[in-house]
Design a protein around this ligand. Sequence first.
Ligand SMILES: [Zn+2]
Length: 314
Amino acid sequence: MSQDLLHRFSFFAAPIRGQWVRLDSVLDELLARQDYPPSVKVLLSEMMAAVSLMADGIKFQGAVALQSRGSGPVTTALAECRDQELLRGIARWEGTIPDSYNQQTSAEDPTTHYGELTDLIGEGRMAITLTPSRHAQGGAMDLNSYQGVVSLERGSLAENLETYFANSEQLPTRLFFAFSRDTVTGLLLQRLPAPDNATEVELEYQRALWREIDILASTLRPEELAVLPVETLLRRLFNEHVLTLQPGRPLKFSCTCSRERAQSMLQALPKEEILELLETQGMVDVTCEICGARYEYDQLHTHLIYEADEPPIH
Ligand SMILES: [Zn+2]
């Protein structure tokens, strides 16, 4: 049974949409590839949940990526969702991440936080990039990828993304993340534009409903978001509203790297360089820049690579 699911839901009475995502085995794969400090782990996991939600909201075949750059100890963090389904990501940091950034979990609240986002990323920003996949590009389509910029103020990733949605897309949005025991859960609520023919009375009703939903959502505690099944969570928050919950859509960890691709990277390097590395280290390795997977080649492997490269001698 996959624990990595994304559900959409909508409110019967107003153009408000919602999404809920929980990533479990995706994080197992992601976090096994590097020994992340606790707060970096939480940040990267939240970013993975964020791209899952963003990719689901866009009718688009390709990759949606969220990448941070800043002057803080986390030099870069990247989360990417391809074709609404395939997730990968990585974070890099320098020095030690001070312990004060990690709030201790307690029995009542098992969730882990990272303090202020700017403590990790520093003065910085996050880029949202949409890159169409090759097979989805029509001949006349614009091949340039779209880029949006999330400026990072103090607070959490969720708060900074809420500001981004409000400013760049003019869509009032509430966003929540909770991380607990290597599982991340995200909840997004967004007020969609009212239909053009909506009357003033209808508009006022919808505004009031959004205010109400917003207030109800604000009562959500991280420990509830982290552990409750989506049905229970929605019932608890919005029990007086009629909601439609769609079936969950699975997500999984997947990178485009492979042993074969890593091998062609090796083949592109000067042979002398590889032989020298083999001489000094006994092996060469190629690490994927986007997921951290490590491909190792010993003397025998490398020998086979070059043998395949050279015409056989008779
Ligand atoms: Zn990879």
